[in-house]
Design a protein. Sequence first.
Length: 396
Amino acid sequence: MGMSSMMNRKEWLKSSGAVVAGGISMLSAGIFPRTKSVEQIRKDLRSSRKFVSDRDFMRTFPEDFGAIRLMANENPWGPSPKAKEAIIKATEQGNRYPILIYENFLKRIADHEKVEVEQLMLTPGSSGVLTGAGIYFTSLGGNIVTADPSYSDMPDFAESIGAEVRWVPLTDEYKLDLKAMEAKVDSDTKVVYICNPNNPTGTKLDSSELKEFCKRVSKKTHILVDEAYLDYQDDPLAESMMPLVREGYNITVAKTFSKLYGFAGMRIGYAVSSPEMIKNLDNNARGFYGISMLALEGADAAFQEDEFLNFAKKQTVASRDYLYSVLEKEGYEYIPSHTNFVMFPIRMNGDRFVQEIWKRGVAVRNWEFNNQQWCRVSIGKMESMEAFATAFKQIS
Ligand SMILES: Cc1ncc(COP(=O)(O)O)c(C=O)c1O
């Protein structure tokens, strides 16, 4: 792909501005923009995979957001009471730019990750890191290697602004196929995006295998490891690729508060890399001016306590075990999960399955790969899982 075929940053900003303007005019008319079907949305998507975002997905239903939300891998137990207290207190400073807390929080994370402050960037959710990466790596030309299905926010976006993305199928165990991904890397590859544990399959890689892969492949190209769901592991630090960043490998690790910390609505996440790469990504991402005082104060409080994280993990495991037992009783298989969602093969058209479950008050998502239709259920509180079970039994 030549540079001329790429949309430059200015054009991209212009076109995204047009989208925002369209949204505002519809909102000011008092109508939340609704779309009749996922097919309709898919037609307009520029990425080859045509994956419909959670936000667009919600637009396909006639009701408001009242349904039980098992579709976006949110943590229903969060934020923690202490974090909420900090968020409420922060409203008193809502008139101020969050300069001091931003610097303090950066320092706290840097100390925790044992890196320099210059090796860190904060963004509104890790989506900010991913967007920055999408723009930056696309601007270099060449190609991007990633897995499919995997979390496709960054590669979808990169593809939509002109990058060549090499989508690599998963292994038979629905894990990232590191060997096949490595084989797709060539001298034009600008980044390999690794989501571990993987969304939507919930599988994870053996951490020493991933470490070896990262050490080897980062000599040829940059590696972006998305650890959004790593916090759900018993010992997340032991499985993190963060030590490789500290050792100077050509790697970025992305983290979010949206999952185990229960901050999806607060919008805060961060990346750790070399000072040079952070500069490159930060130049293309909304950092300081994109994060609110509330998100910063809340995340700073949440970052300093373990109790809530352990509680949320325990609840997640209990609800997940319950879901497994429901699926087993109904004679369904599932992919054992290391995250707060579970994927399983279904026996009808995925779009129809989702509609049927929605009619019964529960929102879930569907995928199609390996000539098979799949449903992904996010883990919620027990009563939400029971509501899913009731709906599922009626249509399975
Ligand atoms: C793997 C992965 N990375 C990143 C994100 C982005 O989330 P956020 O911007 O809320 O951090 C998600 C959200 O579902 C995700 O699943």
